[in-house]
Design a protein around this ligand. Structure first.
Ligand code: FE2
Ligand code: FE2
Length: 330
């Protein structure tokens, strides 16, 4: 197998790519203000200031939209956790440091606008939301756990388990949040929410492109090592919400109603990125890399089967629920 590059070597070799991509990002990113996306007219005081506290009747969001909004907002809220991991892996110097700061500020904007929208429109219970935020942020999140299955094996190359795993993880994660925000916008059934979430989704897409380009350059300078990191991440991928209150229940609702499901994960997130990196066309892997590629291919084949099974189950479940509603109505 080719020699593994150390963390420092990777940072140094990839620094020009980071710089080029920060500049590219600054040129195409659109500045926007959270207050422009919130219908302030709909707001009123809560009881502490002489108004009325939240009541579920006030919400115009469906259960699915509520679950998706809460999950997506808590994910944005947990930003300091991701900032810490990324800052640790990227260093705060040069283009890397500039990117970490800029990215953090943009992600924070997402949390601000979604919270303002939800509190003003009384879309979800603000007390429950605050409690969930406290729990979720106190737990924190370590994206490196996404590669936990292989940490033991990689321990001897501890240096390797950092930058490449991080950029691989965030590439998929940014694209996953893009899909999730966009579909949540549709599920809210409110043009104001839809516009806000489309705006956020456009940011997530640019974030994804930054990380995808870094990882793509990683393939060019260290093909085997980058493929190992990508395979670790794809085969252990978890959405960043894992560990937040009601994550499973909300995740099931979201998967069942097309906010983020296995098919979207496979076809709109994993495969387009792997194709962009030409993972299955490259001829610069050693035999070790070839073995990793076979492992990745086998995983994807299984994921396709799991997806079909999930969809059959979901269709049956939705049909049962529809029948029940019909019976109740008659
Ligand atoms: Fe975000
Ligand atoms: Fe993002």
């Amino acid at each position: 197998m080719a020699r593994l590059l150390t963390q420092l070597e990777l940072l140094k070799e990839l620094e020009p790519v980071a710089e080029e991509n920060v500049n590219r990002h600054l040129k195409i990113a659109k500045d926007w203000n959270p207050h422009d996306y919130v219908p302030w007219d709909e707001g009123r005081n809560f009881a502490a200031l002489g108004g009325v506290d939240y009541d579920p009747e006030q919400s115009e969001l469906s259960d699915v939209a509520k679950a998706a909004m809460i999950t997506n907002l808590l994910t944005e809220d947990n930003l300091p956790s991701y900032h810490r991991v990324i800052a640790d892996n990227f260093s705060m110097d040069s283009a890397w440091g500039h990117w970490v700061g800029r990215w953090t500020a943009e992600e924070n904007r997402h949390g601000i606008v979604m919270r303002d929208y939800l509190v003003v429109t009384r879309g979800v219970d603000p007390v429950a939301l605050e409690e969930a935020r406290m729990i979720h942020m106190t737990n924190g999140y370590d994206p490196m756990l996404a590669a936990a299955g292989r940490v033991d094996e990689l321990e001897e190359h501890a240096d390797d388990l950092g930058l490449l795993h991080s950029v691989a993880y965030v590439t998929f994660q940014e694209l996953a949040t893009r899909v999730s925000h966009r579909n949540t916008g549709k599920a809210c059934n409110d043009p104001v929410a839809d516009k806000m979430l489309q705006r956020i989704a456009a940011d997530e897409n640019l974030h994804m492109i930054f990380y995808r380009n870094i990882c793509g350059a990683g393939f060019d300078i260290a093909p085997d090592q980058t493929l190992r990191a990508v395979t670790d991440i794809v085969t252990n991928f978890q959405m960043p919400g894992a560990g937040m209150p009601n994550f499973r229940r909300h995740g099931v609702l979201m998967a069942k109603h097309g906010i983020y499901d296995l098919r979207q994960h496979l076809e709109e997130v994993v495969m387009p990125v792997l194709r962009k990196w030409k993972v299955f066309e490259r001829d610069d892997f050693t035999s070790e890399g070839e073995k990793t590629r076979e492992e990745l291919a086998a995983f994807l084949e299984q994921l396709e089967k799991d997806t079909i099974r999930f969809e059959e189950m979901r269709d049956r479940s939705l049909a049962r629920e529809a029948k029940k509603r019909e019976q109740q109505a008659s």
